[in-house]
Write a protein that binds this ligand. Structure first.
Ligand SMILES: [Zn+2]
Length: 173
């Protein structure tokens, strides 16, 4: 990390910290990028981190999508054309979310799945931004925004979980 980026990160952290003092209770800092995916937890327990803590560990694009409900541009992410066998975890908290066996070619430019690895790994809520009614998909543990789910997917579920690559971490195997 070069010095200019470091000082920028620290100033962002300081500003964010000022805003959130006393406003949020946290479970300690989130894991640093590069962590291993969680093996299968029996239950998913929600965690909470302050926005300052998220900004300290996520790069700006990941922060924008995961924490500000952003969307990466189609065909620009790291996984839309990934055909390797493995699992995809949350880039915020490492919870395992999807597997390559459920990934399909949607032609949208975003990694698309017919289902999560277990139903309790994701939380779905109505999203009415941008003049559309869509079902937003978030990580059930850290609340990070992952993408949206639509009813035009292939068998066996008929669902299309349309995810942002930046919200996911792929581990081969
Ligand atoms: Zn998460």
């Amino acid at each position: 990390m070069d010095l200019s980026r470091r000082s920028f990160s620290l100033s962002v952290l300081a500003i964010a910290a000022c805003r959130s003092v006393g406003a949020e209770a946290a479970d300690g800092p989130p894991p640093k990028p590069g962590f291993a995916l969680d093996p299968d937890p029996a239950t998913v327990t929600p965690v909470h981190h302050t926005e300052a803590e998220w900004k300290a560990v996520l790069d700006s694009e990941a922060y924008h999508v995961l924490r500000e409900q952003g969307t990466e541009r189609a065909f620009t992410g790291r996984y839309w054309d990934n055909h390797a066998k493995g699992r995809y975890g949350c880039a915020g908290c490492a919870l395992t979310l999807f597997r390559s066996d459920d990934k399909f070619e949607s032609g949208t430019g975003w990694p698309s799945f017919t289902q999560p690895i277990k139903a309790d790994r994701v939380a779905v809520a109505s999203d009415t931004t941008l003049g559309m009614v869509r079902d937003e998909v978030a990580c059930a543990r850290c609340g990070g925004h992952l993408g949206h789910v639509f009813d035009d997917g292939p068998a066996p579920t008929g669902k299309r979980y349309c995810m942002d690559s930046v919200s996911l971490i792929f581990v081969a195997g």
